[in-house]
Design a protein around this ligand. Sequence first.
Ligand SMILES: [Zn+2]
Length: 342
Amino acid sequence: MAATFSLLSGSASAQTKICVDPGHGGTDPGAVGGTQQEATNVLDTGLRLRNFLNADTADTAGGGSWNVIMTRTTDASVSLSGRASFANTNGAARFMSIHNNAATSTAATGIETFSTSSTGTSADLRNKVQEEAVAVWPLANRGGKTANYSVLVNTSMPAELHEMGFISNSGDRTYLGSATQRDIHARSEMHALQRHYGFAKYNPGTAAVVVTQDNTGANFTLGSTAWFPGTSVPGYVGANYHARATQAVSDPATWTVSLPSGGTYRVDAWWTTATNRSATAPYQVTHTGGTTTVNRNQQVSGGSWQSLGNFSFNAGANTVRLSCWTTVGFYVVADAVRFTKL
Ligand SMILES: [Zn+2]
């Protein structure tokens, strides 16, 4: 029983629980400057941060895996003690509070981030939030600071409180009041959290999609037994390549590639080079616009990826064929194809 419980615990802890705390709300608008309210700015920013973290979780190619909870997702009143107890009760691993600053002097400007101590885990998160924020908004860097704010003192997990900028300053307000800029800022907080947990900064949805198909398995088929496996010329992908004498018949080698998403891809082919190869090996790429034949000289450029061009494809199965129907007296070589999303 202990082993089973341990496995379940391990599975549940694979996601890191993050409590995002947009300050103020409801009966408390927070600081006000120009036509802007702090409560509105920070709620929008917090929701964008949550969406970025959820996207990061869904994209397993990079970044981290998060379980995001929020002290508020609407214009609701939540007490300071209620925010801390919400994070504590739900067992959050980190607490990230978002605010807009204000000062009597309208000249006060810039970005600062607080924790209760200048050392330790809270300070590390604080410093990374500050670093990433000043990297994306060109406002004054007021640095990482310490303060005994209620939500920092009463949360039982490492916590930071970020002041995005001064709502009392007209220059800062051009950033705080811009949805585009708040989106950029929210992404910077995701980057800070990724770095805090030892991941490289990563933007979800940007991983390179590269799909390679060798001349093996169910996704590589040959029209007839006139195709034969070869290993005599080195520099092939995998265990071997297939070759066939050129002839005026329809007897292609076909690679079927399963693409995870539609879009524009560069298609590359790989062959091995010898003087008996066809100088006009006819590759046939089937894409959303039809089938395009691309002739390649296999007497040169073997042992490396050679582009057949850029084409648009739908998600799912797509094919590249190598025909043997070209100038007779040579061989065409089918080794591997590769699709790289552009
Ligand atoms: Zn505030």
